[in-house]
Design a protein around this ligand. Structure first.
Ligand code: C5P
Length: 299
C-alpha cells in the first residue's frame, strides 16, 4: 500500500444554469452545463491506524464532520467496513462559499483517493451513489474519473464538461472544448447556496438559457456562439441581493470578455476571453479592488 497520495481537485463553473421547477423533495429541477477549470485544491491522503483526521492550510473550512471531505471519507469507510483510518490534508486554493463547488470537489477527490490508496477497486456506480448522498455537485466532480497520474506523486481526474439534470446527478458528458482564458473573480463575501435557492422565483426570471442551442454550439466549438448562449437564472436572486455581482459582470465585459456570468449560486463571476493580453490586463485591474482574482483555463 502507498504511504501518501495527492489528488488534484478542480473547481467548476456553470456555463448555463436553468431551473425548471421545484421538486417534491424540496430540491430544484436543474438543467446546467458544468465545466472544470484549472483552479485546484490539492488533497493529501495517507493511511492512519484508525479514525479520520483532517487538517488544512485554510482558516475558512472546518476540520471535523462539518467538512464535506471528512463526511466523504466517513461514508466510504463505514459503508465498506474498512478498519483503516485516513489522514486528510487540504491545500485550499478554491474560494469558499463561492459557487465553484470547492467543498464538493474536495469530497469527490477524497472518495477517489481512498479507493485508490486502499486498493478497494470500487465500481463507478458505487462511487457515484456515495457522491450523490453527499451533495448535488459531488457526482459531477467524479465525472472525469478514473484517477490518472498527472505528475510525480499527484493524481487527477480528466477535466470534464457535463450537461446535468435532476438535482445535478443525471449527467450527459459533452465533448472537450478548451477555454484558454477565463478571468474569475470572487467578491469579498460569500453566499449560501440553500438561501439563494430559497429566494428563487420562476416568475422573477427575465431570461432562461436555451440549453439545446448552447449544447449545439458547444459541439461545434465556436467560442463566440457558445458565449452568446451562456445564461444563469440564479443571477435573478443573487444580483438582487448583491448588486456588486452585476457590476463585476459589466466590468468584465468592458474589459473585453466575450461573456461574463455568475457561477452556480454565486457570488463568483467569470469572464471568457479569446485574447490573452486582454484577460491579463483585466486581472491586473481587478486585483486593485479584489483579493481573489484568478486567470485560469479549462482543466
Ligand atoms: O445538494 P447540496 O447540499 O449541495 O445543496 C445545497 C442546497 O442547495 C440544498 O440544501 C438546496 O437548498 C439547494 N439546492 C436545490 N436544488 C438543487 C441543488 C441544490 O434546491 N438541485
Amino acid at each position: 500500500m502507498q504511504r501518501e497520495i495527492i489528488v488534484e481537485a478542480p473547481a467548476k463553473i456553470n456555463l448555463t444554469l436553468d431551473i425548471l421547477g421545484k421538486r417534491a423533495d424540496g430540491y430544484h429541477e436543474l438543467e446546467t452545463v458544468m465545466h472544470q477549470i484549472s483552479l485546484v485544491d490539492r488533497i493529501h491522503l495517507f493511511p492512519r491506524q484508525a479514525g479520520i483526521a483532517l487538517d488544512t492550510d485554510s482558516s475558512e473550512i472546518p476540520h471535523d464532520a462539518d467538512n464535506l471531505a471528512y463526511r466523504a471519507a466517513q461514508s466510504l469507510l463505514d459503508k465498506y467496513g474498512c478498519k483503516a483510518g485516513i489522514g486528510i490534508f487540504i491545500e485550499k486554493n478554491i474560494p469558499v462559499g463561492a459557487g465553484l463547488a470547492g467543498g464538493s470537489t474536495d469530497a469527490a477527490a477524497v472518495l477517489l483517493g481512498i479507493d485508490y490508496l486502499l486498493e478497494l477497486g470500487l465500481e463507478r456506480e458505487i462511487l457515484l451513489d456515495l457522491a450523490a448522498g453527499l451533495g448535488s455537485d459531488v457526482p459531477f466532480c467524479l465525472a472525469g474519473m478514473p484517477l490518472r497520474q498527472k505528475s510525480a506523486g499527484c493524481l487527477a481526474v480528466s477535466g470534464t464538461t457535463v450537461l446535468a439534470r435532476g438535482r445535478g446527478e443525471l449527467m450527459t458528458p459533452l465533448p472537450m472544448v478548451f477555454l484558454p482564458h477565463i478571468v474569475l473573480v470572487k467578491p469579498d463575501f460569500q453566499l449560501s447556496t440553500a438561501e439563494v435557492y430559497r429566494g428563487f422565483r420562476l416568475e422573477g426570471v427575465k431570461e432562461h438559457p436555451d440549453t439545446g442551442s448552447f449544447v449545439a454550439d458547444w459541439n461545434q466549438g465556436n467560442k463566440q456562439d457558445i458565449a452568446g448562449h451562456m445564461v444563469n437564472v440564479l443571477e435573478s436572486v443573487s444580483i438582487t441581493q448583491k448588486p456588486e455581482i452585476g457590476y463585476l459582470k459589466e466590468s468584465l465585459l468592458e474589459m473585453g470578455a466575450l461573456k461574463a456570468l455568475m457561477s452556480g449560486s454565486g457570488p463568483s463571476v467569470f469572464g471568457i476571453y479569446d485574447n490573452a493580453e486582454q484577460a491579463e490586463a483585466a486581472v491586473r485591474l481587478l486585483k486593485k479592488d479584489y483579493r481573489e482574482v484568478f486567470l485560469v483555463s479549462s482543466y
